[in-house]
Design a protein around this ligand. Structure first.
Ligand code: DGY
Length: 322
């Protein structure tokens, strides 16, 4: 049973709408600095907390859970939950919720923004232009890769993967995908399920959209990159750690693949310096879901889960139910 006015810790500065929704029912402690707390800082603040409002970059491991003897619920404002030790939560009976669906379309749009920018060398040519190098039009200036009528490979055909695939139809693309199980939504779009090796060999553009777990750590490394076409692009909007960033930097430097577009990184916000040095990579700071409506939708869904818990109602989007 939640206490009458549970103590809620909010780990990052959040939309005023969220504060307004939660301030009556909860005793709030917020992080107004808008920077991530270190594990030590989080452990120091969580001891008296009944409920935690977290984000994808908070590391909520077993040591944080141990430091929170009163904790009953974690609402994360993210669809991904790999930053939370779900096993430790289950063992303690701590409920966990996430924010699926509300970010699907915005994230699929961003996958296409990265794919187009990468294939057509948008940021690379812009940097060159701004640096004053442009002397005029030329036949072979910044030749990129075709997107239309090529083969798109989607690794991880969940809700966001399907939204990416739907958009590919407008580009008359052949769609192949790799997933743990066949996806009826993808099959309805004519997409073909392939083993990962086959997908990597056939696709002109590979988009990674699978959830992170230890089982998929570095599932794209040197040998997988070597299976891809030398003209191929690789797009990662899923999680850092799925791609071996050092191996990817080498592949980009040596022409194993043509280009990459990355929104997530191993150990972010730090970026592998070798990647930073590559001109054929487009880098964005984990903004896949970053439109106002999508981020507000995520933030409010997390808040609504907390309100439901407080009222003893069923959680809207449980990951670890009560
Ligand atoms: C998610 O929802 O998991 C995103 O990575 C957060 O932006």
């Amino acid at each position: 049973m939640p206490p009458l006015r549970p103590r809620l810790l909010i780990t990052r500065r959040v939309f005023p709408e969220v504060i307004e929704a939660l301030s009556t029912g909860f005793a709030l402690t917020t992080n107004d600095e808008d920077r991530s707390w270190s594990a030590d800082e989080l452990r120091a603040r969580i001891a008296q907390t009944d409920a935690l409002y977290a984000v994808a970059v908070d590391r909520i491991d077993a040591s944080v859970i141990d430091a929170a003897p009163r904790l009953q619920i974690i609402a994360t404002g993210s669809v991904g939950t790999n930053h939370i030790d779900l096993g430790a939560c289950r063992a303690r009976g701590i409920q966990v919720t996430n924010t699926p669906e509300v970010l699907n379309e915005a994230t699929a749009d961003m996958a296409w923004a990265l794919l187009m920018a990468t294939a057509r060398r948008v940021t690379e040519s812009e940097r060159w232009l701004r640096a004053g190098h442009w002397q005029g039009w030329a036949w072979e200036q910044f030749l990129g890769a075709d997107v239309h009528r090529t083969t798109l490979g989607i690794v991880g055909m969940g809700r966001i993967g399907s939204a990416i695939a739907r958009r590919a139809q407008g580009f008359a693309m052949r769609i192949v995908y790799h997933n743990r199980r066949p996806s009826p939504a993808a099959e309805a779009l004519g997409a073909q399920l392939l083993p990962l090796d086959e997908l990597l060999a056939q696709a002109d553009h590979v988009v990674l959209m699978l959830p992170y777990s230890a089982a998929v750590h570095h599932c794209i490394g040197a040998s997988e990159l070597a299976r891809m076409k030398p003209v191929a692009t690789l797009i990662n909007l899923a999680r850092g750690g799925i791609v071996n960033d050092a191996a990817l930097a080498r592949a980009l430097q040596t022409g194993v693949i043509a280009a990459a577009g990355l929104d997530v990184f191993e150990g972010e916000p730090a970026i592998n310096p070798e990647l930073l040095a590559c001109s054929n990579v487009v880098l964005t700071p984990h903004i896949g879901s970053a439109t106002r409506s999508s981020r507000l939708g995520m933030a409010m869904l997390a808040a609504r889960n907390l309100l439901a818990w407080k009222e003893g109602q069923a959680l809207l989007t449980p990951v670890v139910p009560g």
